[in-house]
Design a protein around this ligand. Structure first.
Ligand SMILES: [Zn+2]
Length: 382
């Protein structure tokens, strides 16, 4: 049984700790204090816990509840960092109103941390028999470079994993990935009055932007994924030229392509090379370089996997109905665990306002989440 008062109280304390990611907001405190708080809670329960640095000053907390041997092992995971608080009135108050708890990270995803600590407490209080190990990981830096999850994936190998990112108590079985590229279009610098000498890189980039716009328009009607919908592409950054009265020698863009499960880095790059080639066909003077900046894989898990079946029946027994399955259009740490060989799904609390000025979580859903995670563990690790 889940200790409701403990869960709510713990969630409040977690939200009251500022754990804004210093990679996103200069000078922000990061995960040190919240990691120590989680570690101390676990130690007080008598659960085996340790803190390790994923990078200098970026701690992960790992706790293990040992099984009797022979069963399948499960990792439950949450990230401890949050995005910034600019624009928020009372980001760390953790005030409760109408069964909702407000504040930065309440939903994304201290709700998951609180539920996981409640699961640890249930194991510590009633010591149920499990065969496989339950591993709880609380990682740094998901909102920026995911150094925390990467360090865990290097070190820990469980059969399955549940990431407790918000899903409104639905089972998230797939999410999109993303690919960032930098494209530089070259021009020729000249005095603004010397049109016979200059080649305008900014205007040339316009030709490529047109191709990108056409390509992006057709992505939604190409291959759709049943849970994630369509792929997409946009240009979040553009920079070109030196000053007024000078022909622009160089214009650069960053492209952001959101990919569907099954799409590869190579295919995304080929698409971009084709767009550049299309412009060249129309304008032989066009010159552009393409560079890889960042790739994050899309992810999907089959609904036939044991962990999904265990979570489905646990959710059904707690919620009184078969939970809906969904896909997320954004990327999550689950892809890192999945690529490392752990069968990973996502299941988290209900709320709203992710990365927005008003963020909240429905308290009842955090209790339900804890209960579902507890029952899933008993079933899966038995
Ligand atoms: Zn998150």
């Amino acid at each position: 049984m889940i200790d409701k008062a403990f869960t709510i109280n713990t969630l409040q304390k977690l939200v009251q700790i500022n754990s804004v990611n210093p990679g996103l907001v200069e000078g922000a405190p990061g995960e040190g204090e919240i990691a120590r708080f989680i570690h101390e809670q676990l130690i007080q329960m008598g659960v085996d816990s340790r803190i390790t640095d994923a990078a200098p000053g970026r701690p992960n907390v790992t706790a293990i509840i040992k099984g009797n041997g022979g069963g399948k092992s499960l990792m439950i995971n949450a990230h401890t960092d949050t995005v910034g608080v600019e624009g928020m009135d009372d980001p760390f108050s953790a005030r409760i109103e109408n069964e909702k708890l407000y504040g930065r990270g309440s939903y994304d995803m201290k709700s998951g941390i609180a539920a996981m600590l409640a699961v640890a407490k249930s194991f510590a209080d009633s010591k149920p028999d499990i065969s496989g190990d339950l591993v709880l990981t609380f990682v740094a830096d998901e909102e920026h470079e995911s150094v925390g999850a990467a360090a865990i994936a290097d070190e820990i190998r469980t059969d399955s994993a549940i990431v407790t990112e918000p899903t409104d108590l639905r089972l998230c079985l797939a999410h999109r990935g993303f690919s960032i590229h930098k494209i530089t279009v070259h021009g020729k610098t000249a005095h603004g009055g010397n049109h016979m000498l200059g080649v305008d890189a900014n205007v040339k980039m316009g030709l490529l932007l047109n191709e990108i716009a056409e390509f992006a328009k057709h992505l939604p009607v190409q291959n759709r994924h049943p849970l994630c919908g369509e792929g997409s592409m946009h240009v979040p950054l553009i920079e070109g030229g030196r000053s007024l009265f000078i022909y622009s020698h160089k214009c650069t863009i960053h492209t952001e392509r959101r990919t569907l499960p099954g799409e590869t880095q190579k295919a995304v790059e080929t698409d971009l090379r084709n767009l550049i080639a299309n412009v060249k066909k129309k304008d032989p003077e066009f010159r552009a370089d393409l560079e890889d900046v960042l790739w994050r894989s899309p992810y999907e898990i089959s609904p036939d996997k044991d962990i999904v079946k265990a979570a489905t029946s646990a959710a059904e027994s707690v919620l009184g109905k078969v939970p809906e399955t969904i896909g997320h259009t954004w990327w999550e740490d689950s892809a890192i665990f999945g690529e490392a060989g752990m069968e990973t799904m996502i299941l988290g609390a209900k709320g709203g306002g992710i990365h927005e000025d008003i963020e909240w979580v429905e308290i009842g859903s955090v209790i339900e989440l804890a209960e579902i995670l507890y029952r899933t563990t008993l079933d899966y690790c038995s």
